[in-house]
Design a protein around this ligand. Structure first.
Ligand code: ADP
Length: 521
C-alpha cells in the first residue's frame, strides 16, 4: 500500500516516474498484452488517470482522449447490458469483479471486453482507485457464437430431418399398407417387424400371430424350407435379393397355394439397412390357367394329329393309285397336298413338343455323337432347302457330346431357320464351332433385323413373338422356347446377343463327354 501511494499522484492524475523502479513498472505495463487503466475513485465521476499502450490499441483512442474520462465512454450507446449494472454495483461497493461486456472502439466497431476491476484501498480502508484490466475477446466470443449458431443449426437440421424421416416413414408404411401384395418386413434375425393388411387378409391370420414371430415359425412352419432359408440368409451379407422363388404348399386356413416370393434388403436413405422386405404373390390362379392351357394344347394337338395321320395315309394311297396317264395338274396337286399335310404335321408336332416339355414328359435318348458332323449335316440339309442362302461354317470342336442327337438337330434347325426367316434383306448366315474348356460352343450369326432389349428378355418364353414381326412372318413362338429347354436338359445354355438392325447371334453350349464315358459303358 505504501508503495502505491508513492507512484500515483492523485492531484495530477498522472504517475510520477521519478525512480528507476517506476520506469521499470511503466515499461512492464506498456508491454503488457492486456489493456490496463487506473481510475481515481476519490474524484468526481471516477475518471481514468492512467492507461497503458495496449488499452490505446484495444480502444482505438489515444492516451489524451482517454485520460480524464469515465470508463463508460467505451459503451457508446449500448447501455442496457446487464453486465454494466454489475460493474456499477461492484464499484459502489468497492469490490472487485469480472465481466464480459460489449464495448466500442473509436471507429464505432464493437469489441468484446473481458474486464476485470479491482479496488485499491488506502490505510483507512477507503477505495481510492480502481485498476481495470481488459482483454479483447472478440475472436473468442465470435468462435463461441459461431459454435452456438452451428449447434443450433445442426439441431434444427436434425429436427427437420427427423420430421422428414417420420413423414417418409408414414408415407412408406401407407404405401405398404395399400399395395395389393402381401408384404412382411423382417429384422436381421428374420423376426416379423410388420405385416401389411393384404398379408393378414390373404393368409387369414391376425397381427398377434404374426408380429414378433420368426418367419420360419409362421403358420405351421410354412416358410421353413431349406433352400428358401439359404437364399434368405444371404440377403443381408451379400445384398443379393431372392427373386421369384416358388413355394407350393398347403397353408393353414387357405389350403393349397402357389406363392411367388421376392425378398430384398431394405435400405432407406442409409436407414434400416438390416431389414428384409418380403413380397408374396399368390400365383395359384395363374398356374392353374397355364395348366389348363397346356392341357388344352396337348389334347388339341393329339386330337388333330390322329385325323391328320389318316389324311396323310389317304393322300399317299391317292398318290400310289394315280393312273399312269393322269395329267400333271392332278399329280402336282396331290404332291402339294402331301407337302401341306407334312407342314401341318410339323406344326402340330411342335405344339406337342411344348406341352411335353412343359409337363416334363420329354424323353431324352442319350447317346454319344460327333457334334461337328451333326452340325455339318444339319447345315447341308438346310442349304438344300434354301438354295439362295449361304451358310458359312467355321471351326471344329473334335468333340463327342453325350445327348439326344435328334433334339440337338432340332435346335440347330430352329436357330438356322429363324436366322434365315428374320433376315429378309441378307443371304448370309455364319456358324462357328469352338471348344471352350470342356464345352462345345456353337454360334449362329445372322445379319437380319436384330432384336431389341425388351424382346431379348422374353424371347425364350413360350409363344413369345416380337410384336412388329407378328404379321410379316409366320410362326408360333415355340421354336426358341423348345430349343432353350432342350439345351437346358443337356446341361448347356442357350442365349442371344443382338441389337436392332445389326443382326443376332444365338449361341449354345453343350458339355463335352469325357473319353471314358463315351467309349466305356
Ligand atoms: P417363331 O419364329 O415361330 O415366331 P421362335 O420361338 O423361333 O418362334 O422365335 C420367337 C421370336 O423371336 C420370333 O417371333 C422373333 O420375334 C424372334 N427371333 C427369333 N430368332 C430371331 C432372329 N434370328 N432374328 C430376329 N428375331 C428373332
Amino acid at each position: 500500500m505504501e508503495e502505491k501511494n508513492t507512484y500515483i499522484d492523485k492531484s495530477k492524475h498522472t504517475i510520477h516516474n521519478s525512480s528507476n523502479d517506476l520506469d521499470l513498472y511503466l515499461k512492464a505495463l506498456n508491454s503488457a498484452y492486456s489493456g490496463i487503466i487506473i481510475t481515481d475513485n476519490m474524484q468526481y465521476d471516477n475518471p481514468i488517470i492512467y492507461c497503458n499502450k495496449a488499452f490505446e490499441t484495444i480502444s482505438g483512442y489515444s492516451h489524451n482522449e482517454i485520460i480524464g474520462h469515465n470508463c463508460r465512454f467505451l459503451q457508446a450507446q449500448d447501455r442496457s447490458q446487464p453486465q454494466r449494472q454489475l460493474l456499477k454495483e461492484s464499484i459502489q461497493r468497492g469490490e472487485e469483479c469480472k465481466v464480459e461486456i460489449r464495448n466500442y472502439r473509436k471507429d464505432g466497431t464493437l469489441f468484446w471486453n473481458e474486464l476485470f476491476i479491482s479496488p485499491v484501498k488506502n490505510e483507512a480502508g477507503q477505495v481510492t482507485h480502481f485498476i481495470g484490466v481488459q482483454n479483447d475477446i472478440t475472436a473468442r466470443k465470435k468462435a463461441e457464437y459461431d459454435l452456438r449458431e452451428e449447434k443450433a443449426h445442426v439441431e434444427l437440421k436434425i429436427q427437420e430431418r427427423t420430421k422428414e424421416l417420420q413423414e417418409k416413414e408414414i408415407f412408406l408404411s401407407s404405401i405398404i399398407e395399400t399395395v395389393r401384395e402381401s408384404l412382411l418386413v423382417l429384422d436381421a434375425n428374420y423376426i416379423v417387424l410388420s405385416a401389411n393388411k393384404h398379408f393378414l387378409n390373404s393368409f387369414k391370420v391376425s397381427s398377434e400371430e404374426t408380429l414378433g414371430k420368426p418367419l420360419f415359425e409362421l403358420g405351421m412352419q410354412q416358410w421353413n424350407i431349406k433352400s428358401l432359408k439359404e437364399l434368405l440368409t444371404q440377403i443381408l451379407p451379400t445384398n443379393n435379393p431372392v427373386i421369384d422363388y416358388e413355394v407350393d404348399n398347403i397353408f393353414p386356413h387357405i389350403g393349397r397355394k402357389v406363392m411367388l416370393i421376392n425378398a430384398y434388403r431394405i435400405e432407406f436413405e442409409g436407414h434400416y439397412k438390416d431389414r428384409i422386405l418380403i413380397a408374396f404373390e399368390d400365383i395359384t390362379e395363374k398356374k392353374e390357367q397355364d395348366q389348363r392351357k397346356d392341357d388344352f394344347l396337348s389334347i388339341a394337338s393329339h386330337e388333330l394329329k390322329t385325323p391328320l395321320t389318316t389324311i396323310k395315309g389317304l393322300v399317299q394311297i391317292l398318290q400310289r393309285m394315280s393312273p399312269d396317264h393322269s395329267n400333271d395338274k392332278f399329280v402336282s396337286t396331290l404332291d402339294k397336298m402331301s407337302a401341306y399335310v407334312d407342314r401341318l404335321n410339323l406344326l402340330i408336332t411342335k405344339l406337342l413338343d411344348t406341352s411335353k416339355i412343359q409337363s416334363g414328359h420329354i424323353e431324352l435318348h442319350m447317346e454319344p455323337f460327333d457334334i461337328d458332323q451333326t452340325i455339318r449335316e444339319a447345315i447341308d440339309n438346310i442349304t438344300l432347302a434354301v438354295p439362295g442362302y449361304e451358310i458359312q461354317l467355321s471351326g471344329t470342336t473334335g468333340a463327342i457330346v453325350q445327348g439326344d442327337e435328334l433334339q440337338i438337330i432340332q435346335v440347330v434347325n430352329n436357330l438356322l431357320s429363324n436366322a434365315i426367316k428374320y433376315s429378309p434383306d441378307s443371304n448370309k448366315v455364319e456358324v462357328r464351332m469352338h471348344k471352350v474348356a470342356n464345352f462345345v460352343k456353337i454360334s449362329i450369326r445372322d445379319y437380319g433385323m436384330g432384336i431389341n432389349y425388351q424382346d431379348r428378355l422374353k424371347i425364350f418364353e413360350r409363344f413369345f413373338r416380337a410384336s412388329h414381326i407378328q404379321k410379316k412372318f409366320p410362326g408360333l413362338g415355340i421354336g426358341l422356347y423348345v430349343s432353350h429347354e432342350i439345351i437346358a436338359n443337356h446341361n448347356g445354355t442357350l442365349w442371344v446377343e443382338s441389337e436392332p438392325g445389326e443382326g443376332s447371334t444365338f449361341n449354345f453350349t453343350l458339355p463335352i463327354t469325357n473319353n471314358d464315358e463315351s467309349h466305356g459303358a
